[in-house]
Design a protein around this ligand. Sequence first.
Ligand code: ADP
Ligand code: FBP
Ligand code: MG
Length: 411
Amino acid sequence: MFVHNDDRVLLKVIKYATPSSAGAECVDPDCNFVHQWVHRAGPRPEIYFNPNEVKAAIVTCGGLCPGLNDVIRQIVITLEIYGVKNIVGISYGYRGLFDEHLPEIKLSRKVVQGAHLSGGSILGVSRGGGNVPDIVDSIQKRGINMLFVLGGNGTHAGANAIHNECRKRQMKVVVVGVPKTIDNDILLMDKTFGFDTAVEEAQRAINAAYIEAHSAYNGIGIVKLMGRHSGFIAMHASLASGQIDVCLIPEVPFTLDGPDGILRHLQNLMESKTSAVICVAEGAGQDLLEKINATDASGNVVLGDIGVYLQHQIKKYFKGINITADVKYIDPTYMIRACRANASDGILCTVLGQNAVHGAFAGFSGITVGICNTHYVYLPIPEVISYARSVDPNSRMWHRCLTSTGQPDFY
Ligand SMILES: Nc1ncnc2c1ncn2[C@@H]1O[C@H](COP(=O)(O)OP(=O)(O)O)[C@@H](O)[C@H]1O
Ligand SMILES: O=P(O)(O)OC[C@H]1O[C@](O)(COP(=O)(O)O)[C@@H](O)[C@@H]1O
Ligand SMILES: [Mg+2]
C-alpha cells in the first residue's frame, strides 16, 4: 500500500470560533481557518535509489534519549527490506564523520536484532566538533548516499547544513533526520520519542520523594527532571503523578521570598498537610542562580543546579523560622535518560524509523520525520528548528497542571 506524493496532513485541526477561545491562534477577527499542511510520510510507488547502489549510514548525536536503539534497529530492518546491503553505523555522533580513527560499524538485521532491549545508543553519541565541509568530504570519500541523523535541534542544524553542502556539490545524497529530544522541544510534532518513557520513569522518583516526604515529620521532597528550556517533562510528570504540590518550569518565573514566594507556600503546606513535593525542571529559576558562563562542546549553555539551590534555600528558611523540616532532594535525570523505551515509545520509534527510510527512498533530503495530529509526516528541517518548542504558560495544559498541584502564582 503506497502513499501518494500529494497526500497531505493538516498541521492545525481546530477551527476556533473566537480569538478568545482557549489557546486560539487566529489570523483575523473571524478566526477563519487557514489550511497549513505537510507531506504525509510513507512508502512511494517510485523509488529514487537502486537499493544495490545505496550505502546508508546512521549517526546518533547529542545526549542520550530512550528509543535511539529502537530507531537504529528499525532503520536497518527497513533498509534491508528495500534490498539495501551496505549499511553502516557512524561511531560517537558527528565525531565519527571527522575523526578517522573511529571505524564505521557494519550493520545488519542480525547485528541490531536485540538492540532495542537496552537503553543508550549502540553507536555511541557525542556533542560538539566538526565542520560541515569536512563532514561532507568524509561522506563523499566513504561513498555514503543516504544519511540518517538522529538528534535534537543542534543535530538537525548540522543535518541541514550537511544537506545544503551536498546540494552545493551536486552530490546524490539524501539526509533524513529523526528528531531525538527527551525534552520534547521540537516544533510542529505531537511529541518526540523518549519523552513518554521519561515521563513514565520520572514517576518512580516522584513516588519516592512523596513517600519520603509523607513519612517524615514536615517532609519536603524535591525532584529535578530534565528540560533545559522546556518544562514538558516536569509538567507531564507532575500531571501524571498527582503527587506534586509545586511544579516549576523554565517558562514560568517564580520567587522564593515574600508573601507570594515558594517558601511561604511551603510553610503553609507544612501547617495544612505536613508534607510537600516539588517537581522542578533543570532550566527553571536560572535567574535566581549565579551564572556559570560556560557552554558545553555543542555550545549549549551550562545550567546551574536549581535542585541543590532549592534544597539549600528551603532548609535555611525553615531553620530561620524555627520549624523542623526534613528536605530530601532526588536527581534521577541520567537514570531516566539511560532507560530503554517503553511500549508507546517503542511503537513511535518503529514507525519513525520505517518512515525515515521511506522518505530517503522517495528522494527527500533535508527533511525530518514526525508525528503530527496522530499522523506521520515529513517536515522541512529549517521549519522544525527555527526555535525550541516550549510550554505556553497560557496553555490549557499548564493550567491543568496548576489545577492538579493547587499551587498559586509565585510572583
Ligand atoms: N548550528 C549547528 N550547525 C552544525 N552542527 C551543529 C550545530 N549545533 C550543534 N551542532 C552539532 O550537532 C551535534 C549535537 O548537538 P547538541 O546540541 O549537543 O545536541 P542536540 O542535537 O540534542 O541538540 C553536535 O555534534 C554539535 O556540534
Ligand atoms: O549531560 P549532558 O550530556 O550535557 O546532557 C544534559 C542535557 O541533555 C538533555 O537531556 C537533552 O539535551 P539534548 O536534546 O541536547 O540531547 C537536556 O535536558 C540536558 O540539559
Ligand atoms: Mg542542543
